[in-house]
Design a binder for this molecule. Structure first.
Ligand code: SF4
Length: 326
């Protein structure tokens, strides 16, 4: 078992399959893009599978596939099929553009839950935030995912003055649709010009929802033991909404997450700049398992030891979101 010094059991592995994406979202991809690197620096399909097996042998029971955009990975279909043979629950975080090409494969692999990134319900705004124009196709794929009874979560990164005016419009989607909205606090990563003035906090979100619907109409909704979001439902609405508040209200006490980057580095925390190179160890025939155990044993209690996120001179060594995969 991968248990850290704070007695947290790590059973959930997020694997970033690629640093490439068919979108350029402002909060994820630096304006200037990222330097594309030699293919040899990245895990092959076989290496991804081999490392996944090592984590499963250490107690991992859930694998989430992320990116960049996982569905643009050339051999995504084969990799998904092989991973689906492992005794784990597989889920995926995608921007939804290419879902229509993979619905059957996802169903065959037993994938039940899809997290789809959608930061606005307004085409012009989606195009501005993502710096691309795939609004129609994403919308069509969200409807098809619901029609096929996937558990659909819409991930919406809230940014003040950009899309926070659509908070209630997103929640109104849950009136009749069996859908979950996940409002994500804007987080600081390399190259995304984060600052407090752009952050819409957990408290602000809840206050606005309460002002709109009234306190007595807001119920707590189901949350898993290691949930990253605090979940709510408007009375008599079909769907629910949650708030993922790493910046103003962290949820590290129950963290069970580990990240494997596309270039084979282990991050024991989303905010940790300190990484363990598993790919190099694997290629050298070294003992990868003890490296994984060592990294988890040394995990900080909260946010990689980061106390406060303040504007003035706030810097910390970390990757851009596109190179972590959320
Ligand atoms: S900030 Fe780090 S420790 Fe906290 S929940 Fe996220 S990954 Fe876990």
């Amino acid at each position: 078992m991968l248990i850290d010094s704070h007695n947290r059991k790590h059973t959930y592995l997020r694997i970033s399959l690629t640093e490439r994406c068919n979108l350029r979202c402002t909060y994820c991809m630096p304006e200037e893009g990222i330097q594309l690197r030699d293919r040899a620096e990245f895990m092959t399909q076989e290496e991804t599978l081999e490392l996944a097996k090592k984590f499963v042998a250490l107690g991992v029971t859930k694998i989430r596939l992320t990116g960049g955009e996982p569905l643009i990975k050339k051999n995504f279909r084969e990799l998904l099929q092989q991973l689906s043979k492992l005794p784990v629950e597989i889920s995926i975080t995608t921007n939804g553009i290419l879902l229509d090409l993979y619905f059957d494969d996802l169903e065959k692999a037993g994938v039940k839950s899809l997290n789809i990134s959608l930061d606005s319900l307004i085409e012009e705004k989606v195009n501005r935030i993502s710096r691309r124009n795939y609004f129609e196709r994403i919308q069509t794929n969200i409807h098809e995912a619901l029609r096929r009874n996937f558990e659909v979560k819409l991930n919406c990164v809230l940014m003040k003055g950009e899309n926070d005016d659509e908070l209630i419009d997103f929640i109104e989607l849950t009136r009749e649709k069996k859908i979950s909205i996940r409002f994500i606090e804007f987080m600081p990563f390399d190259g995304n010009q984060w600052n407090w003035s752009k952050t819409v906090s957990y408290k602000t979100i809840l206050d606005r929802v309460t002002n709109n619907y009234g306190e007595s109409f807001i119920e707590k909704a189901i949350e898993g033991a290691n949930s990253t979001s605090r979940n709510f439902r408007i009375k008599n609405f079909t769907g629910d909404f949650g708030i993922i508040s790493s910046v103003t209200n962290p949820f590290c006490d129950t963290c069970n997450r580990i990240r494997l980057t596309a270039d084979g580095k282990l991050k024991n925390c989303l905010f940790s700049g300190d990484e363990t190179d598993l790919l190099k160890a694997l290629r050298n025939g070294d003992d990868v398992t003890s490296l994984i155990q060592k990294s988890i044993a040394g995990k900080h209690k909260e946010r990689a030891g980061l106390k406060e996120f303040d504007d003035a001179g706030f810097t910390f060594e970390n990757r851009s979101m596109i190179r972590i995969g959320g």
